[in-house]
Structures are given as structure tokens and as C-alpha cells.
Design a protein around this ligand. Structure first.
Ligand code: DGJ
Length: 287
């Protein structure tokens, strides 16, 4: 899921979870239920209340078992960012095999925010495993973009800078290993009053757990963990949800008002999964 604010509207991309949920033999040990891959959907809104379905913008592939988007595979956590230099909308997503051993990122692009997106390729950034991911565009003059990936079997988060066109990872620059040994998934990144904030989850397949948060002055770190940003009843499992995106409510000013968006997964019926949207104040989580 990703958000792009253009012309007063919001775009929202989702993994389509439809059809029967089943547990493949290879995933029995860790409870990795799945639905067959259908594609990535897009919704648009001008007020966050009324949403218009814009269709399946990146379809699964039915007849080529070698293709990353073959129905037996996994395509999760799509994020779309706009590249002002090329005028293209670029989608990054987690591409995997049914048993999650492929551990790659995929890239797709479109000249229109509502697709259709052309699927370009998949790869392992810096030859490192990549599963849950997010992308983030900074507010510097160059609009530098970064990719965060759960790597090293999810034990370490990797932060890599993207190329100027946002279609590749800069392999001429070092990537950064952060939250070493902390096993974090579902990364989100946002900036408030000059500080970078991270919210993610622990690793418990589709089961919810306590969210994690962290702050840094530089995106490369050092990152200081701040603990669970959720407070009150059921905060220990993030209100039965898992982070997916943080939407700034102040546009590019990023003064501290955000919506924390999270998935409320239903592991035995993934198509019934819902969302949780919460007010988030960066001044509160930093205290
Ligand atoms: C947790 C991840 O955050 C989800 O995106 C998904 O990959 C599930 N694991 C699969 O069990």
C-alpha cells in the first residue's frame, strides 16, 4: 500500500487478497497461509472517506510459471512514489515464491498514477535478501528516495538509496544495516520536524505483535529505538494490526500530524482482512 498526493487526491495501493486462503505444505511450520496472487489494486480519494476503485493496476500472470507475478507466487506491500525528473510513478513491492525463499524486490512503473503499471524486474538489492519493504522520498532538493527492506532472514533492516529515476538501488553507495538482530517487518518511515521516524512490527507471520518505533537525525543512523508507539488497551498487539504506511497530514510541511495505517490480518481468511487507521503524533512518540 502506498500514498501519493496529487491534485488534492490520495492514491492507495493494496495487495489484492481474494479467493480461498490455504496453508501450503512448505509453510506449515510457521503458519504462512496465502491466497493465490491476483494483482495490485488502486483506490483514489480526495477526502480519505470516499474512495474510488481504480482497478487492478498490476495483474498476476496465469500462464507463465517462470514469471514473478505467476499466481503461485507472492507480491506484497506495494509502495508507489512519483519521480518528478522522469514523470513516472514507480512501484516497489516484495516479490517472493510461495514458500518465501526467493526474497526479492520487484519494480514496476507507469506514466499514470492509476496505472496500468509495467512490470520491469525483480532482484535482491546489494545481493541481500529482501522481504517486507517500504520506500521513502526525502524533502531535500534532490528528492532523494530510499528503500527499506527486511533482510538477512528478517533479522536486520537494510536502508538503500535509490537511483535518480527511482528504478534501481544505488550499488555505488553503501547500504546501511540497522536494528541488527531485532527481527522487524512491516517497515514505515516518515519525517517530522527534521527527524526521521520508523515504525515497524516484530516477526510473527500474520499474527499481530507490539509495534516498534525509532528515531534518527540522519536516515543512515544511528537509530534510537523508542518502544511501542501504541498506548492503551490492546496496545501490546498494536490493536490487532500490523503497520503498513504513515500518511503525513500536513503535506510537505510534515509538522507532526500523521495517520498510522495498519493491516488487521485475518490469517485463515485473508480476503476478510481490514485496516486500522490511527492518529499519530510524532511529538508523542518521541517523548
Ligand atoms: C508478515 C509480513 O509482514 C506480511 O507482509 C506477510 O509477508 C506475512 N508475514 C506472511 O506470513
Amino acid at each position: 500500500m502506498a500514498i501519493n498526493a496529487h491534485g488534492g487526491g490520495i492514491l492507495h495501493f493494496n495487495e489484492i487478497k481474494s479467493g480461498e486462503t490455504y496453508l501450503p505444505e512448505a509453510n506449515q511450520e510457521w503458519g504462512g497461509t496465502r491466497v493465490n496472487l491476483t494483482g495490485i489494486s488502486c483506490y483514489s480519494s480526495q477526502d480519505l472517506l470516499n474512495w474510488k476503485f481504480r482497478g487492478n493496476v498490476l495483474h498476476s500472470v496465469e500462464d507463465n510459471s517462470e514469471h514473478d507475478l505467476y499466481w503461485e507466487n507472492v507480491a506484497e506491500r506495494p509502495k508507489v512514489i512519483f519521480n518528478a525528473m522522469t514523470g513516472m510513478f514507480v512501484m516497489w513491492l516484495h516479490i517472493d515464491s510461495m514458500d518465501y525463499s526467493k526474497a526479492r524486490v520487484g519494480v514496476a512503473s507507469s506514466s499514470s498514477p492509476i496505472g496500468p503499471f509495467d512490470y520491469l524486474s525483480s532482484f535482491r538489492p546489494n545481493n541481500q535478501m529482501a522481504r517486507d519493504l517500504t520506500v521513502f522520498v526525502d524533502d531535500d532538493d534532490e528528492a532523494t528516495a530510499y528503500l527499506l527492506t527486511s533482510s538477512e532472514d528478517n533479522a536486520v533492516m537494510h536502508i538503500s538509496q535509490l537511483s535518480d529515476d527511482y528504478l534501481a538501488v544505488r550499488t555505488d553507495l553503501p547500504f546501511h544495516r540497522v536494528f541488527i538482530g531485532r527481527y522487524m517487518e512491516a517497515p514505515t518511515l516518515f519525517k517530522s520536524q527534521g527527524f526521521y521516524y520508523f515504525i515497524g512490527s516484530g516477526c510473527t507471520a500474520w499474527e499481530p505483535n507490539a509495534a516498534r518505533s525509532a528515531v534518527a537525525k540522519s536516515i543512515d543512523g544511528p537509530w534510537r529505538e523508542l518502544g511501542n508507539p501504541a498506548i492503551g488497551p490492546d496496545s501490546n498487539n498494536t490493536f490487532s494490526s500490523q503497520s503498513t504506511f504513515v500518511l503525513p497530514m500536513d503535506g510537505s510541511n510534515r509538522q507532526g500530524r500523521f495517520i498510522f495505517m495498519a493491516d488487521r490480518w485475518v490469517k485463515d481468511d485473508l480476503a476478510s482482512s481490514r485496516y486500522v487507521w490511527l492518529h499519530l503524533s510524532s511529538t508523542k512518540i518521541a517523548q
